[in-house]
Design a protein around this ligand. Structure first.
Ligand code: NAD
Length: 255
């Protein structure tokens, strides 16, 4: 087997449609020699159907990252398909409707807590659940939307992403001793199912189209998937706690 990820065993979360960033990651990883196991949430028959569209149909394990029983059983379920993991992709985000869209001052703690549990804390939960399968050289990659600045309407999802970016740095700190890396890819706006639930998403689209020096294709997750695959590979062996922007250069340019 040849390719950037030859022989790597990867767990990829977050596939729900073939527009999902995770679908692109899984596809590209397989094309580059990896063996991929997926996890799916909620609509399992849909995820299983989408998994069959990969170059090599991938097994799907059910995982709700807020379900401790499923987290506890994850390593055993993964072992049914591969004998260990070289990489884990966290491509999961959710916030209740009232946590986005301008109601920042009215969002309740229960709503914020749900956003943080699914979008932030789950990065640690997933890593901990997979740790028994990992060894030195392993790589964990999460998906963010650069939270170093505030965006109109992104609200508590922005707070959740800031926490996720910080959680990645702390995982880098705590897993470094074991030789395991943790990094973020910060993507520009992409038209996925999650994006549809963000009010004012078209404002992001316009901003990127106008400002990204390299331009930005809202319907092409492949550049993002390439960065994820690169971070999963052996070509970033001394990089951890990092956030790689795949945004056409938007973050570097003043408004
Ligand atoms: N689309 C964008 O513009 C964009 C930009 C930057 C970062 N991101 C991030 O990329 C990641 C993937 O999103 P996407 O855009 O591919 O959308 P998507 O809708 O395809 O994927 C989101 C995934 O989160 C999963 N999920 C939600 N709640 C879950 C739970 N409790 N347990 C397990 N899984 C759960 C969904 O099933 C879905 O597969 C998210 O973290 C998102 O915030 C997206």
């Amino acid at each position: 087997m040849s390719g950037l990820l030859a022989g790597k065993r990867l767990l990829v979360t977050g596939v729900i449609t073939d527009a999902s960033i995770a679908f692109s990651v899984a596809k590209l990883a397989q094309e580059n020699g990896a063996k991929v196991v997926l996890t799916g949430f909620g609509r399992m028959s849909l995820v299983e159907r989408i998994a069959k569209r990969l170059p090599e149909p991938a097994p799907v394990i059910e995982l709700d990252v807020t379900n401790q029983e499923q987290l506890d059983g994850l390593a055993d379920r993964v072992r049914e398909h591969v004998d260990g993991l070289d990489g884990v992709v966290h491509s999961i985000g959710f916030a209740p409707q009232n946590a986005l869209g301008g109601a920042f001052l009215e969002t309740t703690w229960e709503e914020v807590a749900q956003a943080l549990q699914v979008s932030t804390y789950s990065y640690k939960s997933l890593a901990a659940a997979c740790l028994p399968l990992m060894q030195a050289g392993g790589s964990i990659v999460g998906m963010t939307f650069d939270a170093t600045k505030a965006y109109p309407l992104y609200d508590w999802m922005g707070v959740a992403k800031a926490g996720l970016e910080s959680a990645s740095r702390y995982l880098a700190l705590h897993l470094g001793k074991q030789g395991i890396r943790s990094n973020m890819v910060s993507a520009g706006p992409l038209r996925t199912m999650a994006a549809k639930s963000i009010p004012g998403f078209s404002d992001f689209e316009d901003a990127w189209t106008q400002r990204a020096p390299l331009g930005w294709n809202l319907t092409d997750p492949e550049p993002t998937a390439r960065a994820v695959c690169a971070l999963l590979s052996d070509w970033f062996p001394a990089t951890t706690g990092e956030m790689v922007h795949v945004d056409g250069g938007y973050h570097a340019i003043a408004a």
